[in-house]
Design a protein around this ligand. Structure first.
Ligand SMILES: [Mn+2]
Length: 356
C-alpha cells in the first residue's frame, strides 16, 4: 500500500531545479503565496500547531529563516515551549511563545488543519495555511495545501525552490529534512514514495545531515522517558480479537516519572508494532484541559482519519488524532472504542453484531 504514489506531490519540477537554470525558469510554477510573501513588508508570523512535531517546527523554522534572508521581518511562533527532542533544530531557540500582543501583517499556520490548532490567539491582517492534512480550514488563494505531500516541509521546500533555491542553506535544509524524515517514520511509513527519496537526496545535497538529525531526534532520550515507557507498556490492551491495540497514558505517569506531555509523542507506535494489529491508539489524559487526547495509527489497511473525524478530529489516513472532552477514563474509552468499532464495521474489517 502506497499513498500518493500515483498522484504524488509534484516535486518533479522542483527536482529538476538543480540541473540547469534555464530549465528552472521554464518549469517554475507561480505560487500565489510567494507573490504575497515577496510583497510583504510588515511582520510575518509562521505558527505551528500546539505540541509541535518536527514537521511543524521544521517547516516554521525553515520558512522563517528563508524569509529573513530575503529581508523579511519573520518570526516562528508556538504556544508551547520547544520540547527536548526538537531543541536541536537550527533556530529553535528563537521561537516566540504564543500568544503575543503584536498585530502581524501576515500569519501562516504550518502543518495544521487551521489556526484553531495553534490553540493561542493570533492577531493578523492576512492569513494563510501551508499543510498536508486532509480537509480543514481554508483562508483563501494564498493557502498552499497538498494532502498527498509526505510532509509539510516537502511543501515548504517546493515553495522555497520556486522562489530561490540558492538561498536554501544547511540550516534550512536540516529543518526541511527533519520534517520529511520524521513524518515518514525515517522512510518506513506508507507515505514513503519515490518523491520522498528524491526530496531527501536534494536536501542532503543542500547540506542536510541524516545521521545528525536521526541521532538528535531519536537517541537523546532521558532515563525518565524510559521509566514513562515502562509504565505505559504495562497498560497495553487488545480489542476486537487483536485487530486493535492501545495504550493509556495517565497524567500521574508524567508526575511519577518527571516527564511531561511532550514525552508521550510517538508512544502509539508500540501498540502498532504488535503482530496482527491494524489500528493502534494512545489515549492521553490532559486534566488541565478536561480532555483525553487520542492518537490513532493504522498499519496501512484501515483509514483511521475517518475514526478521528467521527470524534471531531482529523489528520491523515494512517495517522490522525482527536480530543475526547470527558473527565473520566471509562467514558473516554467507551467513546473511543465505539468509534473504532463502527469504522471497522464500515470499512469491512468487522461484521456488525446485532445486539439482543
Ligand atoms: Mn506533518
Amino acid at each position: 500500500m502506497c499513498t500518493g504514489a500515483s498522484k504524488g506531490i509534484n516535486l518533479k519540477s522542483c527536482v529538476d531545479f538543480g540541473k540547469n537554470s534555464t530549465e528552472v525558469n521554464m518549469v517554475q510554477e507561480s505560487i500565489p503565496l510567494i507573490e504575497l510573501l515577496k510583497e510583504e513588508e510588515g511582520p510575518i508570523l509562521v505558527a505551528t500547531h500546539e505540541n509541535p512535531d518536527a514537521d511543524a517546527l521544521g517547516s516554521a523554522l525553515a520558512l522563517c529563516e528563508f524569509l529573513r534572508k530575503k529581508g523579511k521581518n519573520a518570526f516562528a511562533g508556538c504556544k508551547d515551549s520547544i520540547p527536548h527532542f526538537l531543541n536541536f533544530l537550527p533556530g529553535a531557540e528563537d521561537v516566540i511563545r504564543l500568544p503575543v500582543e503584536e498585530l502581524f501583517s501576515l500569519a501562516i499556520v504550518v502543518d495544521a488543519s487551521g489556526f484553531y490548532r495553534v490553540n493561542a490567539e493570533i492577531r493578523a491582517i492576512k492569513r494563510a495555511r501551508i499543510d498536508h492534512h486532509i480537509g480543514g480550514e481554508f483562508y483563501g488563494e494564498h493557502d498552499y495545501i497538498d494532502p498527498e505531500a509526505p510532509s509539510t516541509t516537502a511543501l515548504v521546500y517546493k515553495l522555497l525552490c520556486a522562489w530561490d533555491r540558492t538561498a536554501i542553506d544547511e540550516r534550512i535544509a536540516n529543518n526541511l529534512y527533519a520534517g520529511l524524515a520524521t513524518d515518514t517514520g525515517f522512510f518506513r511509513y506508507s507515505n514513503t514514495n519515490a518523491e520522498a527519496f528524491s526530496l531527501a537526496k536534494e536536501l542532503v545535497e543542500l547540506g542536510a545531515k541524516p545521521h545528525w538529525v536521526y541521532t538528535n531526534f531519536s537517541e537523546r532520550e532521558s532515563l525518565n522517558k524510559m521509566r514513562l515507557i515502562s509504565k505505559v507498556l504495562d497498560t497495553i490492551t487488545m480489542h476486537e480479537d487483536g485487530l486493535v491495540a492501545g495504550i493509556s497514558v495517565f497524567d500521574r505517569f508524567f508526575k511519577e516519572t518527571g516527564c511531561e506531555y511532550a514525552d508521550s509523542e510517538g508512544l502509539v507506535n508500540y501498540p502498532r508494532s504488535i503482530d496482527g494489529v491494524e489500528v493502534a491508539y494512545a489515549i492521553i489524559e490532559k486534566p488541565e484541559e478536561g480532555i483525553w487526547k487520542v492518537s490513532l495509527r493504522s498499519k496501512g489497511r484501515v483509514d483511521v482519519e475517518r475514526i478521528a473525524r467521527s470524534l471531531g478530529g482529523g489528520g491523515h489516513k494512517y495517522a490522525s488524532g482527536c480530543k475526547i472532552r470527558v473527565r473520566d477514563y471509562q467514558t473516554a474509552m467507551e467513546t473511543l472504542l465505539r468509534a473504532v468499532r463502527e469504522e471497522l464495521v464500515n470499512q469491512g474489517f468487522l461484521v456488525k453484531q446485532t445486539v439482543g
